[in-house]
Design a protein around this ligand. Sequence first.
Ligand code: NAP
Length: 259
Amino acid sequence: MQTNTATKEGTTKMGMLDDKVAIVTGSGRGIGRAIATLMMNQGAKIVITDINEETTKSTAAELKAEGGDVIGVACNVTNSESIEKMVEAVLNQWGRIDILVNNAGITRDDLFIRMTEENWQAVIDTNLTSAFKVTKPVLKAMSKQRFGRIINIASTTGVHGNAGQANYAAAKAGLIGFTKTIAREYASRNITCNAVAPGFIATDMTKALGEEKISKVVEHIPLGRMGTPEDIARAVAFFAGPAEYVTGQVIKVDGGLYI
Ligand code: NAP
């Protein structure tokens, strides 16, 4: 469903997400930033929010300079108070929240035998419990509106497992179960909840693996390359926009790695 709207400048813009208010967590850099950029280009009003105050501010300013309707509000997704303040700031600014992308995430990889409880907990808190904490206040607003699109960024690791990532696999698998349950509970209010499971995407998160390991993984990807943050953004935008009759789904965006 595409719409035409007149902008303040008097020009006409046309986008799938015209005037939808979208929060993307962990959007200071990486995949989150690419998601925010694409949704902005499709007409959405964007909330850049990241634990890092500097990147929150600079990314919001850069997107704004490209002509977007953007605010930057720093938020640590493991901290309920910080989340409440961020959600309040968005509602004060625009009075509604249409799209939530739970994207913020970390890795603390180690073989299970060596994995510390601290690294287990940090990954569960940042990648899974965060979705519980952020989604709660956002769903309150979406329920009142009788409209919402929630997209959770999972991982193929959450579906297939991966040696050295017991904490991350457990968190992302949990996020998939969370996605399907929210989809069932909120469908009657016209709120959909879906997940995107990226495979091997070129960001700082994977750069840390080193050249040798990266080229070994790429050998197994049928499409012959690592994914880009923009590849993930396009799948997220599908769930946020045209996928009106799709809920509770997980789409792998992995170049065919797990066909
Ligand atoms: P990234 O480049 O490391 O970016 C993650 C972003 O999240 C950073 O801006 C980071 O802030 C922020 N963040 C970390 N902890 C946070 C917290 N507690 N509160 C708010 N923001 C926080 O990672 P990415 O590759 O873009 O990953 C984005 C999502 O995709 C994650 O959920 C990840 O698990 C998932 N994913 C990635 C891949 C891949 O291959 N890259 C594959 C599968 C799934 P700082 O800048 O301060 O660190």
